[in-house]
Design a protein around this ligand. Structure first.
Ligand code: SF4
Length: 470
């Protein structure tokens, strides 16, 4: 058991308290939405979606598009994404054909005046598609929707470095993308071999250079800690290499070994996975090192350089949690296209079919591929805003929030304010007459704090669990 506590890291904006992290950490939803997808049910239908989409045109807010490309060339053993490893081109062609039909069905619902300010291609591996396929898909989207081609746009694509070269990066810029997210995970050859994902630092450096030369405004890297054979020393080398490449943003995810749930993870030898205390050291070292290098800790797993839009959005009130983690453009309605995509239009969350077989069959029969979702009520909206405030800005004023939402916060959330008491005793939050502020210790445990305001969580179990530990 790790015993050192209260290791302050003043320059990072967080205080790494190992004891608290062991007690509270690693549990609860990530709150990329509230209510979370666990609350979705099949009571939400295509008609509901159409009704909300058409009604949302009155608001005339811009749109954010998400496009899911589920295919990958090979399996990374740690992966928990919704993906299909295949070399069957006919399968890809059929998916694209159905995706085009879905794009047309969706576009027919939204007024042409509504600009696409934000676009994100995720997967799977979007760059599984070759140049022509991707160009055709972008053409189809451009014809169907009203793309914002100004500097204001944020068009991003997840790139598997093993699938592209410098020339393809230039091509992505020509297609209109101006944000790039590269899956790095770890540069150590032994770790890469253990997870079946090999890519050299030089290859990545070449892509980054091409992206900078092509005018990409933001480059993001994904890393994972807790992978087999990782040590603090080996991950330190990866971080050193990453820092020399100066990505604008970094997401550093915790590997969760769930071989019963994710078949590919059975290829990982559990004995090779770092012990829990090593994982905590990896996290502590990562935060320290990245903040030393000038990165700002945004929250959860995200870091960004001071000039990045995430840092600016945190300062000007436009930061949000969404399905990409932390993001900007909070005012947009989100339209998701492709298998398993989750749309968020006004007060409705709607998720597409999870399997390509069902997704394609629904579209083939002329239906939209929506399978489940939730229509949120006023209470959900209030709680969603409380959770956003705490996770994005670390504080909440009772009076300001109450005035903005037409409630007496202290009365409405009296039970939740009481439930914060043990967290305040543990110094995760400070609760005063005027509001809640998350402390430096609490910043690493945002999920546990947000859970207090989640009405779908079994709060009795939640209280019991914490009180046992106190
Ligand atoms: S990590 Fe990415 S590239 Fe690897 S299998 Fe998963 S989705 Fe595919």
């Amino acid at each position: 058991m790790i015993t050192d506590t209260d290791q302050s890291q003043g320059h990072t904006g967080v205080c790494f308290d190992t004891d608290l992290i062991v007690r509270y950490g690693g549990r609860g939803p990530r709150y990329t939405s509230y209510p979370t997808a666990l609350q979705f049910s099949d009571s939400v239908t295509e008609d509901d979606y159409k009704r909300h989409a058409i009604a949302s045109n009155d608001s005339d807010v811009p749109l954010s598009l998400y496009v899911h490309i589920p295919f990958c060339h090979s399996l990374c053993y740690y992966c928990g994404c919704n993906k299909i490893v295949t070399h069957n081109q006919a399968r890809v062609d059929r998916y694209l054909e159905m995706l085009y039909r879905e794009i047309d069905m969706q576009a027919a619902l939204f007024d042409r005046s509504r600009k696409i300010e934000q676009l994100h291609f995720g997967g799977g591996t979007p760059t599984y598609l070759d140049r022509d396929q991707l160009a055709d898909l972008m053409d189809h989207l451009r014809n169907a929707f009203n793309f914002d081609d100004s500097e204001n746009r944020e068009f991003s694509i997840e790139v598997d470095p093993r699938t592209v070269d410098a020339d393809r990066i230039r091509h992505l810029a020509e297609l209109g993308f101006n944000r790039l997210s590269l899956g790095i995970q770890d540069f150590d050859p032994g770790v890469q071999e253990a997870v079946n994902r090999a890519q050299t630092p030089d290859e990545v450096r070449t892509l980054v250079k091409s992206a900078v030369d092509s005018g990409f405004g933001s480059i993001s890297f994904d890393l994972i800690y807790g992978l087999p054979h990782q040590t603090v020393e080996s991950f330190n080398t990866t971080l050193d290499l990453v820092i020399t490449m100066k990505p604008d943003r970094l997401a550093v995810y915790n590997y969760a070994h769930l071989p019963q749930r994710f078949k590919g993870q059975r290829m990982i030898n559990a004995d090779d996975i770092p012990l829990p205390e090593t994982k905590l050291e990896l996290l502590r070292h990562t935060i320290d090192k990245l903040c030393d290098a000038g990165y700002v800790y945004i929250g959860m797993d995200h870091f960004a350089l001071p000039g990045d839009e995430l840092v600016e959005a945190r300062g000007n009130g436009t930061l949000q949690r969404n399905f990409q983690g932390y993001s900007t453009h909070r005012h947009c309605d989100l339209v998701s296209l492709g298998v398993s995509g989750i749309s968020h239009i006004g007060n409705l969350f709607a998720q597409n079919a999870i399997t390509t077989m069902e997704y394609e069959a629904l579209i083939e029969s002329g239906e939209m591929p929506i399978r489940k979702g939730i229509e949120v009520d006023d209470d959900d909206l209030l709680r969603a805003d409380v959770i956003q405030a705490l996770m994005c800005y670390d504080s909440l004023s009772f009076d300001d929030f109450g005035a903005g939402h037409g409630i007496d916060f202290r009365r409405y959330f009296a039970t939740e304010i009481k439930r914060l008491a043990p967290l305040a005793e543990d110094e995760l939050v400070e609760v005063s007459d005027s509001g809640v502020a998350i402390t430096q210790k609490g910043r690493l445990l945002l999920r546990s704090i947000a859970m207090v305001f989640d009405r779908y969580i079994d709060q009795a179990e939640n209280d019991n669990r914490f009180s046992k530990a106190i």
